[in-house]
Design a binder for this molecule. Structure first.
Ligand code: PGA
Length: 246
């Protein structure tokens, strides 16, 4: 049984008072909060306050693979866990592109999450250039092969995948349903080849310009188990409206 997940990725947005207002709105708004697991990936400075509210699953947007040490400005898994973070994003394309995080480095983060039994969303996805060359499937396979396929079956239970084509993130240009389902089905097959039925049951989220007007058709794709939502998650009502698209 694959979990349905709707995850907000605030990125580096909102101030403390705006974050507070978002949560108040989220809590006030009527929506079927049982059908879907709501998650919020918030900036680290807000995590402990958000966790205290106990309204939804709270995660971090990034983590360093070391437990401690001379890594100024970074945050470790024990630190995240100590404030109640329940999961973390690994390999978001903005981390890969803007901060030059390689698949090998991301594998270290994945292994660190497994060592601490911390659930994680592994993000993958191709650039427009790679897609135009028709190499998107082999590119995504390579991202997953390096960072994920060595996991044990026990560790696999910590994994959620987010497929986010880079050209669709924050651009307003959503991938078509055929493009989305092709890659999701492909990822599921890659996981099934390595892990059998456990692999096929990993939830795969789509991310990239999902909004209330396109969510219904995206979430109807058979291999899409939910969404990782950036821009449309900054407004709590828009985010919750997405839930009615399942
Ligand atoms: P977007 O961002 O919804 O603004 O495209 C998605 C993401 O980067 O996770």
């Amino acid at each position: 049984m694959r979990n349905k997940i709707l995850a907000a990725n605030w990125k580096m947005n909102l101030t403390a008072s705006e974050a507070h207002d978002w949560l108040v709105k989220f809590n006030e708004t009527d929506s079927d909060k049982c059908k879907i697991e709501f998650r919020l990936y918030a900036p680290n400075v807000f995590l402990s306050d958000l966790v205290k509210s106990r309204s939804l699953h709270i995660g971090a947007q990034n983590v360093h693979p070391s437990d401690f040490g001379a890594f100024t400005g970074e945050v470790s898994i024990p630190q995240l866990v100590s404030v109640g973070a329940q999961s973390v994003l690994i390999g978001h394309s903005e981390r890969r592109t803007d901060f030059h995080e390689t698949d090998a480095f991301l594998k270290e983060k994945v292994n660190a999450c497994c060592n601490h039994a911390l659930p994680f969303i592994f993000c993958c996805g191709e650039s427009l250039e790679i897609r135009e060359k028709g190499k998107h499937l082999s590119f995504v396979r390579a991202q997953i092969t390096t960072a994920i396929l060595h996991l044990s079956h026990t560790d696999l239970s910590l994994l959620t995948i987010a497929y986010e084509p880079i050209w669709a993130i924050g651009t307003g240009q959503t991938a078509t349903n055929d493009q989305i389902n092709e890659v999701h089905a492909f990822i599921r097959e890659v996981l099934r080849e390595s892990f059998g039925v456990d692999g096929a049951n990993v939830s795969i989220l789509y991310g990239g310009s999902v909004n209330p007007s396109n969510a219904q058709s995206i979430f109807a794709c058979p291999d899409v188990d939910g969404g990782l939502i950036g821009g449309a998650s900054l407004n709590a009502s828009d985010f919750l409206e997405l839930a009615s698209s399942f």
